[in-house]
Every structure is written in structure tokens, then in C-alpha cells.
Design a protein around this ligand. Structure first.
Ligand code: G3H
Ligand code: ZN
Length: 287
């Protein structure tokens, strides 16, 4: 069964380390992420965006898929089942569907409404023993139809959001979803430090984790980032490995066109990426 994210990310903030949150897109993604986390023997968060859940057949199906794969694969590491960038309806649906964590992303609402709706979701989720992530400021770029202007989170807004009882907090600190542009200014560490100092127990979440130079991620972790969200990096790894397989003509040798063979190199590339990121994030393994 799934674990609530509160304990995992709270311990990470206290221990100055970070735990990976990886987006799933289908069966192969789900297996690849679970395999990577199990091999590294670390806790992991599997998250699904509203768009990916729609593609996969609904929130309940995604939840059941992850749970069934955990059982079939004898997964022993703690797994958090999380909704990524959910609206109000999606968050409620995932709470009903038995997730262990949801993100309510109200970045496009007026602050007062974002706070009020977050509070409602927090009350409902906590009554079910689940944890909640909220967002202040916004993440630049677009992920699965969720677009943000990339406004910096203010310390005041972060404090107001923390007062809703939310368990972990995503802050806009110059981070961007998808690939980073060549002229990207980098993360705003001054703002991150101000927020982290104002909220010393709050696990902070870094969205748009793909493509941030390792030194910047390490510095962000040292300042209070406890959850690193990764999606694009795994997509790129899957696409590259699949392209290589096809360009080498392997799909034409023997039964190489069988989807179970065709999708294997890409799936392994996701596992490798997950393990590599867990490695340099420094998530401590479970004794
Ligand atoms: O919510 C998911 C993440 O923020 C993923 O961002 O696709 O840039 O890795 P990314
Ligand atoms: Zn995100």
C-alpha cells in the first residue's frame, strides 16, 4: 500500500536531502520508475498529471496499476501515489480514488481563492490520511497543458499558503517545465533561501527538475528543496533509446517489432535515468 508523503518529505527537509518525484505516462513508465527506486532502495513518489491520467484511462486505473505493479514486482520501498498539478475536481477525485497525496495547483486563481481551495483540499485529504502539495508563484513553461508565467513566489504568499496546513510547497523560483532555454537565468537562490528561512519545517518542492545543472539542484537541496519533480528527462531518455533501437534496424530483426521488445530499451533508459537522478540527488538508501 502507499505511504503518505508527509513523513517522507518532512524527514528529507530535516535531513537536508531530497526524494525524487517521477511522472508516469503508462505501464512501462510505472514499472521503470518502481524498478529504479527499488534498485536504489529509496522511497519514491509516482505522480500523474491530469493529462496523463486521462490518457491512461482515469485516476482510479492509474492508482490500481501502480498498486498492482508494486505487488507483482515485490516492491518494498515506500511509494507515494500522487496527483501532479491537479485542479480542484481532480484533487477531490484522487482523494476518493485512494491516492496517498495530491497537489492542488491553484496558481492561476487569485491568491485568496487559491488559499481557500487549498485549505478545503487539505481538510479533506487529511481526513483521509493523505498529504497535500500546493503552489505559490508559478512555474514557467507548459506541462501537459498547465502553463505558468514563472512569477517568483513571495515570502508573504508562501507563509499564507503554509498556514493552510499544506504538507509541502511548490514555489516559483525561476524554474521552468520542459526544456530550459539557452538564455535561462538560473534558479533564484536568494528567494529560495528567504522562503526556506521563513518556513524552516516546510518541505519545498522544485518543479521542472529536468535540465537544471546538477550544482544548482545540489545547492537548492542544501537550502530546503526536499522533493524534485522529473518528467521531461525520462521522456527524452525513452525517446532517444527507442529511436536508436529503430534506427539500428532492430525492430526488423527476428521479432524485434513485438511491442514488448520494441519498448524494452526505452523502458530500461527510464530506469537508468531514475537511478542516475536518485544517485546525484543523494537520497539515502533505506537500511
Ligand atoms: O510536475 C512535474 C514536473 O515539474 C516535471 O518537470 O518535465 O521539466 O521535468 P519537467
Ligand atoms: Zn510541475
Amino acid at each position: 500500500s502507499f505511504v503518505n508523503g508527509n513523513a517522507i518529505f518532512g524527514a528529507a527537509r530535516k535531513g537536508h536531502y531530497c526524494v525524487g518525484a517521477f511522472n508516469t505516462n503508462n505501464l512501462e513508465w510505472t514499472r521503470a520508475i518502481l524498478k529504479g527506486a527499488q534498485e536504489k532502495n529509496v522511497p519514491v513518489l509516482i505522480q500523474v498529471s491530469m493529462g496523463a491520467a486521462k490518457y491512461m484511462g482515469g485516476y482510479k486505473l492509474v492508482r490500481d496499476l501502480v498498486a498492482n505493479e508494486m505487488e507483482a514486482m515485490n516492491i518494498t520501498v515506500p511509494v507515494v501515489m500522487h496527483l501532479d498539478h491537479g485542479n480542484y475536481e481532480a484533487a477531490k477525485e484522487c482523494i476518493e480514488a485512494g491516492y496517498s497525496s495530491v497537489m492542488f495547483d491553484g496558481h492561476d486563481l487569485p491568491l485568496e481563492e487559491n488559499l481557500a481551495k487549498t485549505k478545503e483540499i487539505v481538510e479533506l485529504a487529511h481526513a483521509h490520511g493523505m498529504s497535500v502539495e500546493a503552489e505559490v508563484g508559478s512555474i514557467g513553461g507548459t506541462e501537459d497543458g498547465i502553463t505558468g508565467a514563472g512569477e517568483l513566489a513571495s515570502v508573504e504568499d508562501a507563509k499564507k499558503m503554509a498556514a493552510t496546513g499544506v504538507d509541502y510547497l511548490a514555489c516559483g523560483i525561476g524554474n521552468i517545465h520542459g526544456k530550459y532555454p539557452a538564455d535561462w537565468a538560473g534558479l533564484n537562490f536568494d528567494r529560495l533561501k528567504e522562503i526556506a528561512d521563513a518556513l524552516p519545517d516546510m518541505p519545498l518542492v522544485l518543479h521542472g527538475g529536468s535540465g537544471i545543472p546538477q550544482e544548482q539542484v545540489e545547492k537548492a537541496i542544501s537550502l530546503g528543496i526536499s522533493k524534485l519533480n522529473i518528467n521531461t528527462e525520462c521522456q527524452l531518455a525513452f525517446a532517444d533509446a527507442t529511436r536508436k533501437y529503430i534506427e539500428a534496424g532492430k525492430d526488423q530483426e527476428g521479432k524485434g517489432y513485438d511491442p514488448r521488445k520494441l519498448l524494452a530499451p526505452g523502458t530500461q533508459a527510464i530506469t537508468d535515468t531514475v537511478e542516475e537522478i536518485i544517485g546525484w540527488m543523494g537520497t539515502p538508501s533505506i537500511d
